[in-house]
Ligand binder design. Sequence first.
Ligand code: NAD
Length: 435
Amino acid sequence: MINNAVGSLSSHLWDSSDLYRNAVMQLSDAAKTMHLDPNIFERLKVPKRALIVTVPIRLDDGSIRCFEGYRVQHNMTLGPGKGGIRFHPEVNLSEVAGLAMLMTFKCSLVGLPLGGAKGGIRVDPSQLSRQEAQALTRRYTTEINMIIGPDKDIPAPDVGTDAQHMAWMMDTFSQEKGFAIPGVVTGKPIEIGGSLGRAESTGRGVVYTIQHAAKHLADQGKPGPKIDSTTTVAVHGFGKVGAVAALEIYNLGTKVVAVSDDKGGIHNKNGLNIPEVLAYVAKNRSIIGCPNSEPITNEELLALPVDVLIPAAIDGVITPKNVHNVKAKIIAEGANGPITTEALHVLEERGAFIIPDILCNAGGVIVSYFEWVQGIQNFFWSETEVNAKLAEVMAHAFKKVVDIQISYKCEMKTAALIAGVDRLNRAMLLRGLFP
Ligand code: NAD
């Protein structure tokens, strides 16, 4: 029998975060629906390996401060670990483990030869100078270097980190080995082996899935928005994922009526001019006070009567507390885990179409994979080629998930999990259990 939620092994060590508990609950739903081998479930509900490190750095004032860092590898059956590095004050072992688990299912769902991993440092990056951020990134890389590498585990940017952090990680790892090893990270700057289109890939993929969702609803004769000048969109979180998604969907002619960041949001019922908002953010480091807009709170943004809502900030944003206010017809999970499991059931019941995170935001890991492949071959593709290949993989994954959803008559979230777990299940059974 499959245990209902987190089992005995995991309960004391891993399950202190909502994100991890939600990931296991969703895995459990998928396991029941697809009648997953209980032995596979037993292994998938806990990570393979976790490294906890102390990262001491000298601050600009001369004092030394220690930060907590993590790297968790959830499952490496399909290949080396893959997953971002998060710098955020709330990062903890359980959250990183839950995110690593989602990476396993995401990589499997989109057919990559990669496993799931995630890392992070418990720090508020906005409080660090550039020099402190660099010292923190470099020392963290050194502390986890025994478990990362192009054939072992390949980090990438996540919340609070970007291409510059990846450049420092790549340089630190390479200095320690004595020669350049660009393949140790993805999401690098183009100058040191990054891929064209990687920075935009997650947001771009989010918008591809929204287009597929609109077409799918129309093909099924179900009510749903078209993606045109009549469509209204709200984007929660205007970072690396949300800002690109907002621009891409704005470029399709839709009205992006609201966007937000951690300080609050802006609203214009006639549609914001997203290129102007981006230029304002580049200058002011926040959207607050952007001309031609009214202020709006994050909670108000989530409750707007829009056609498409893109939660692209953090996890646990739509919960049983506020789910009844959410009116969007299509909700595209740009972030990892923005809708809790209970809230998800409520939304599905009222007929909202959810594009699950492991499908919706998979564009980033797909182009990270392309970057890794290009790096191994030392042969780099044009952005047109990268985008065409991304679109093809996303289209295939979307179809796989809706086919499963239709055949099992389950929620989209469960269908996405089944798509990921099914491939992994077969691979794990073939490889067997060592020793
Ligand atoms: P980011 O740090 O670039 O941006 C996060 C944005 O969310 C910022 O605008 C921040 O101000 C805002 N934010 C933070 N807390 C908020 C809150 N409480 N309310 C409203 N806004 C808030 O991070 P990102 O890389 O864009 O990642 C966003 C999400 O997407 C995360 O869940 C991440 O795991 C996921 N994701 C990222 C990638 C990627 O390629 N970067 C890939 C897949 C999934």
